[in-house]
Ligand binder design. Structure first.
Ligand code: NDP
Length: 508
């Protein structure tokens, strides 16, 4: 694939006025290739001016007038829509750039006048079929409806309801013969189809100007800046080695793609980390293998589910009983865990000392992450108290390292006081702004408090601890350092300093 053959970014403009659309377009001009005027979103009075849009926009434009039934805002009848299309395509100019380059027509919209005008004056028809809330049983049959005219660009949009749906769509897309086409899976399960539009053989990917407050034109759109800056959209090609981030829906907020893809770009690696939200680890693994991926970062809640799929278990995976990194090695999957090292490095940096032997620490949680923390604390010679909602899981973890344990409620107050040099919060409570898991405990101000959560950047627990005068840290540095460990495993070379240098983005 030459640079010019690379998939393009089409920005969807959903403003109420043409002036607003042009103003937003200006901010993204350097990073987008096409502009789609969503004329259905315009104030009705603005529709008189759609003919002049391509000339003002100054880049190839797509005209779309999306009906309510297809997820658009156009409420008038088909007659009015026909007139609008005809008006937009009328009086073609000799300078092709002053005309619409493309017009999006649904496959049930038959308008010979419009089609003839397009053929005569060089506007290509994007023939679209949208499954707003589902995936068709037979994708071939759906697609065939779009290919009746050879010079048209078939555009099939589906909405996978689960990761199994997305796998079926991906499998089908990957084995389609290449031609000018657009294949999109909407919504959270479909984000791979937007980031890897080139792998699915799409001519372009649609994006919405989210950073400037414009409405998302369709579920799952990225901002063009994120496609370029986080997903290196302008750098990828068929040789790009794929790594995935396997987790649930919440991984859309993960900073792992930002960290790894920045490092890959900086180090000139033709590699890309793509988030794949899935319902089960096995679905995540299927997607990784279908994309020919060479490794993965694994996150909540699959760090234990991955274990049966591993041919090789690193020492840390065996000790912790959880795996956060997959590497394709000698024709099989090898599993590693970089969380314990990542935690250790950020903890020592936070405390400003190398030796924490004898430190008395409370560890809240007994899930995948807590297991790594327990190992790190044990290795560094700390004495810990484990508290967990499910008592038996906390007890089992504590026994492994001869730590103390008790219930995660006010019966723990006195014991926490005895283990209060350091308090590590390793449950998922706080990610959605909930109250903290030890809200029954009053901080003295002398505790160092480490919350593994980094989104939000300050949980209720950290705010409460800070207000009491405690030193606090969130999980961002740990994330960076465990990611650096992953880079080392994937690339087989020392990780670049960028993992230690990148600041947590303010918006995260
Ligand atoms: P798991 O799903 O494996 O474990 C979840 C833990 O949270 C369990 O101890 C569970 O208790 C507890 N928990 C869940 N809901 C509640 C609740 N309502 N009240 C009390 N306890 C609750 O997840 P992980 O261990 O992988 O991840 C835990 C957190 O750590 C996540 O927020 C994750 O984002 C963060 N993390 C951060 C990393 C970083 O680099 N900064 C790295 C890894 C994880 P129970 O046993 O009773 O279910």
């Amino acid at each position: 694939m030459e640079k010019n053959d690379r998939p393009k970014i089409c920005i969807c403009l959903t403003g109420e006025t043409i002036a607003e659309d042009l103003r937003i377009l200006e901010r993204y001009r350097s990073m987008v290739d096409y502009a789609e005027l969503r004329a259905d979103c315009l104030d009705p009075n603005e529709r008189f001016y759609i003919r002049s849009f391509p000339e003002k926009a100054g880049l190839p434009c797509i005209l779309t007038i999306r009906r309510l039934q297809d997820g658009g805002k156009f409420e008038d009848g088909e007659g009015v829509r026909l007139v609008l299309f005809a008006k937009a395509l009328s009086f073609p100019k000799a300078e092709a750039s002053a005309n619409y380059a493309f017009v999006d027509l649904e496959c049930d919209f038959k308008a010979p006048v419009v089609e003839e005008a397009c053929h005569t004056f060089g506007t290509r028809i994007v023939r679209s079929l949208i499954y707003r809330d589902s995936l068709p049983e037979n994708l071939d049959t759906a697609y065939d409806q779009l290919t009746l005219e050879e010079d048209e660009i078939p555009k099939l949009t589906v909405n996978p309801q689960n990761s199994a749906d997305f796998i079926r769509f991906l499998e089908w897309s990957l084995q389609r013969p290449k031609r000018d086409q657009i294949l999109i899976a909407r919504g959270p399960y479909g984000i791979v189809s937007r980031i890897l539009a080139w792998r699915l053989g799409s001519m372009w990917t649609y994006a919405s100007p989210l950073q400037y407050g414009m409405e998302m034109a369709a579920p799952g759109h990225f901002d063009p800046q994120d496609l370029v800056n986080i997903y290196n959209f302008d750098l990828v090609d068929p040789d790009t080695v794929i790594y995935t981030l396997i987790g649930q829906h919440s991984i859309a907020q993960s900073l792992s793609p930002y960290l790894h893809n920045t490092a890959f770009r900086k180090m000139g690696k033709n590699a890309l980390l793509v988030p794949t939200p899935v319902d089960s680890f096995s679905d995540g693994l299927k997607i990784l293998e279908m994309l020919g991926g060479k490794g993965a970062a694994i996150t909540v809640p699959f760090k234990e589910d991955v274990l049966p799929f591993l041919a090789i278990h690193s020492t840390d995976v065996k000790r912790i009983g959880a795996c956060n990194t997959l590497v394709w090695r000698d024709s099989a999957w090898a599993g590693y865990n970089t969380d314990a090292d990542g935690f250790e490095r950020s903890l020592l940096e936070f405390l400003g000392k190398q030796d924490i032997s004898g430190c008395r620490a409370t560890l809240i949680g007994a899930g995948g992450a807590a297991k790594s923390i327990a190992l790190a604390l044990f290795r560094k010679g700390a004495h810990a108290l484990v508290l967990n909602r499910t008592y038996s899981a906390g007890r089992d973890l504590a026994r492994k390292y001869d730590f103390s344990y008790t219930h995660l409620d006010d019966r723990a107050i006195d014991q926490i006081s005895e283990y209060s040099n350091l308090i590590v919060q390793a449950t998922s409570l706080g990610m959605k702004g909930e109250s903290d898991p030890i809200n029954f405990y009053e901080f003295k101000g002398s505790e160092a408090v480490f919350d593994l959560i980094y989104h939000p950047s300050k949980t209720v627990l950290l705010k409460r601890a800070e207000a009491a005068g405690c030193r606090t840290i969130n999980g961002y540095k740990m994330l960076c350092y465990q990611a650096a460990g992953q880079y080392k495993l994937w690339m087989n070379e020392p990780p670049p300093d960028i993992y230690a240098q990148l600041e947590q983005p303010e918006s995260s």
